[in-house]
Design a protein around this ligand. Structure first.
Ligand SMILES: [Zn+2]
Length: 173
C-alpha cells in the first residue's frame, strides 16, 4: 500500500481517479472491491472514475443548473466539497470501463453487492439515487457540521480516525 497523497495537493477543477487520495482503509476496500468486480467470475469491467473532489470542482458542479445552463436545474446541493464525502477522500464514483455511465441499474447493483462485502455503502440505496456513488460504510449518509469543523480544525486525518478509516497504529515489539 502506498503512503497516500495530501488532499490539499489536488486543486484542479476536474475529476481525479487516484486512489492515493482516499482514507487508508477505504482505499484498500475500493481496490479489493474493484479487483473482485473485474475477476474472471464477475467480469463487470468496473473502474473508478472519481475519488477525491477538490473544492474547485465542487464549485463547478454547484454552478451547473444555477449560473451555468444547460442543465435547466441544479445537479447538486453541495455548495462546496465538504458537503460530500468525496471532499474527505471517503467516497468514489464507479463506472463501466468502456460504456462509462451507459449501463443498467442492474450492473450498478452487481457492483454494489461486491462493494458491500468490503464495507462500502451505495448511493443507489438512497431516496435520490446516485448509482455510481460508493462511500465508506461507517460514514453517515452525508458529512455533518461536526465533520466540517473537524476537517477545518484538525485536518482530514482526524475525520478518517473518527470514522474508523485510518490504519490502526502498529504496536511496537
Ligand atoms: Zn459520488
Amino acid at each position: 500500500m502506498s503512503a497516500g497523497l495530501p488532499l490539499s495537493s489536488y486543486t484542479l477543477a476536474k475529476p481525479t481517479n487516484k486512489l492515493e487520495y482516499l482514507a487508508p482503509l477505504f482505499r484498500d476496500a475500493v481496490a479489493a472491491a474493484i479487483a473482485e468486480c473485474n475477476d474472471a467470475t464477475n467480469a463487470l469491467n468496473a473502474m473508478v472514475y472519481e475519488t477525491y473532489r477538490s473544492n474547485e470542482l465542487a464549485t463547478v458542479y454547484f454552478a451547473r443548473g444555477r449560473t451555468v445552463k444547460p442543465p435547466a436545474t441544479p445537479v447538486t446541493n453541495a455548495p462546496n466539497n465538504l458537503f460530500s464525502w468525496h471532499g474527505y477522500g471517503l467516497a468514489v464514483d464507479v463506472i463501466h470501463r468502456t460504456k462509462e455511465w451507459n449501463v443498467s441499474a442492474e450492473w450498478f447493483a452487481k457492483v454494489a453487492v461486491i462493494f458491500a462485502k468490503y464495507g462500502c455503502k451505495w448511493g443507489g440505496d438512497w431516496k435520490a439515487k446516485d448509482l455510481p456513488h460508493f462511500q465508506w460504510g461507517k460514514c453517515k449518509p452525508g458529512p455533518s457540521d461536526v465533520a466540517r469543523e473537524l476537517i477545518r480544525t484538525r485536518g482530514v486525518e482526524a475525520v478518517w480516525e473518527a470514522v474508523g478509516a485510518s490504519v490502526p497504529a502498529t504496536i511496537p515489539g
